[in-house]
Write a protein that binds this ligand. Structure first.
Ligand code: NAD
Length: 422
């Protein structure tokens, strides 16, 4: 069995290695290659926050703008204890490639704060969010860099970001963030969009591979915004969700779960997912990845499938809901096993696509029905899936490399048209 080397778990090195491989295959011109390899800019900020006890704590936060070549930076804000600058850099670069894969006019960015939101009160989180935003009020903007929710942040966090920014620029500016509450200029269908996009990709893949949707066995790791919505929508559409997991543990049931009831158990009754009464065989959150299924959807966090464990996968399709769930070193093993990969920068792009729709609606002050959002999302996801798979087949590369190549080519083309200033 392979040994996990430290760099295998560094997501920035994983992102870089994939960029390098794709850029090499494209024969990217040296100057363009060097330019796209580095972020446009990055900042570390120290954020003083008064705890409810009256004590002052200083939190460390980051924002990285990887690229604004194709449009303003776009990317979430993550609140988690293990946030690092390297992680935010990787996530920012992935946003650039993701926006280019689905061909929406955004660049890539990402932000994060090292904190444990589960151990902070709502008022502490509000003060942290507002101070973080205030320190970045010159950086953010609807034409500069547009945040969204990510792990540990939600629609309420985005409402605070929007309000703080609005106070600084002295005008209500709804388009400065996406993933906001509906009442504040949010979009119908944004909350479900990443999960819905994953399902559209799965629909495309089963049509391509001649699989049947009814009874198609799906395992989903992560039951947050992405995982729970994908599970609800896919269950409703006829897929059989046989495995689920969150940070507390996993459960596998060959007969399939009643996802609406599980959702109620976790989100209304606030009970631990692994204790769901109609659940199956309990296991660790990671072990769920290695149970038999047709489609595996890691939708929790990074570095779940590594060179050490990839050999144990028993799925036919890997549809990446999380960003970076598979390490660079695991890619070859997954490929050798003949698993059909829908890479993260395609599979989970439904979220940023709906964010783009939200930004468009905010700027035009005219809002769409949920069915319109969903229809437009399907157009984008179906077209992008077809483009990537066709590119992979034509150029005899894996789907992940194809997605990077298409994205890098699109960004490089715009860069060449714009030229280098000064
Ligand atoms: P979330 O915080 O709402 O949910 C995360 C879920 O994963 C929770 O159920 C948590 O318990 C679980 N989890 C965390 N660590 C785990 C572990 N080690 N093992 C098993 N489960 C674990 O976050 P989210 O918004 O659903 O995001 C999940 C992933 O999807 C992240 O990688 C995020 O960057 C990516 N993503 C999110 C969106 C979006 O629209 N929210 C869009 C694109 C990509």
């Amino acid at each position: 069995m392979a040994v996990i080397v430290e760099e295998e778990l560094n997501v920035y090195q994983s992102a870089e290695a994939r960029f390098e491989a794709a850029a090499k295959k494209l024969g990217l011109e040296e100057g363009v290659y060097r330019y796209l390899k580095c972020p446009d800019r990055e900042i570390t900020i120290y954020i003083p926050v008064a705890r409810d006890s009256g004590d002052m704590e200083i939190f460390t936060g980051y924002r990285v703008l990887h690229s604004n070549v194709r449009g303003p930076g776009k990317g979430g804000i993550r609140f988690a204890p293990d946030v690092s600058l390297d992680e935010i850099r990787a996530l920012a670069a992935w946003m650039t490639w993701k926006c280019a894969v689905v061909n929406i006019p955004f660049g890539g960015a990402k932000g994060g704060v090292i904190c444990d939101p589960g151990k902070m009160s709502k008022t502490e989180l509000e003060r942290l969010t507002r101070r973080y935003t205030a320190q970045l009020s010159d950086w953010f903007g609807p034409e500069r860099d547009i945040p969204a929710p990510d792990i540990g942040t939600d629609a309420q966090t985005m409402a605070w970001v929007m309000d703080t920014y609005a106070m600084h620029v002295n005008q209500a500016t709804t388009a400065v963030v996406t993933g906001k509450p509906l009442e504040l200029g949010g979009s119908q269908g944004r909350h479900e969009a990443t999960g819905r996009g994953l399902m559209f990709c799965c629909n495309s893949v089963i049509a391509k591979l001649g699989m049947k949707r009814e009874g198609c066995r799906v395992i989903i790791q992560g039951f947050g915004t992405v995982g729970s919505q994908a599970a609800l929508l896919m269950d409703e559409a006829g897929y059989r969700i046989v495995g689920v997991a969150d940070i507390h543990g996993g459960s596998y049931n060959e007969a399939g779960f009643d996802i609406a009831k599980l959702y109620d158990w976790v989100y209304t009754q606030r009970r631990p997912l692994p204790e769901f009464p109609a659940g199956g065989q309990r296991m660790s959150p990671q072990e769920i990845l290695f149970r038999p299924c047709d489609i595996l959807v890691p939708a929790a966090t990074e570095n779940q499938i590594t060179a050490q464990n990839a050999q144990r996968l028993q799925c036919r399709v890997l549809c990446e809901g999380a960003n970076g769930p598979t390490t660079w070193h695991a890619d070859t093993i997954v490929e050798q096993k003949g698993i059909f990969v829908i890479p993260d920068i395609l599979a989970n792009a439904g979220g940023v696509t709906a964010s783009y729709f939200e930004w468009v609606q905010d700027r035009q002050g005219f809002f769409w029905r949920e069915s319109e959002v969903s229809e437009r999302l399907q157009d984008v996801m179906d077209r992008s899936f077809a483009e990537i798979v066709r590119y992979a087949e034509t150029n005899h590369v894996g789907n992940r490399t194809a997605a990077y190549m298409v994205a890098i080519e699109r960004v490089a083309r715009v860069l060449t048209l714009r030229g280098f200033y000064a």
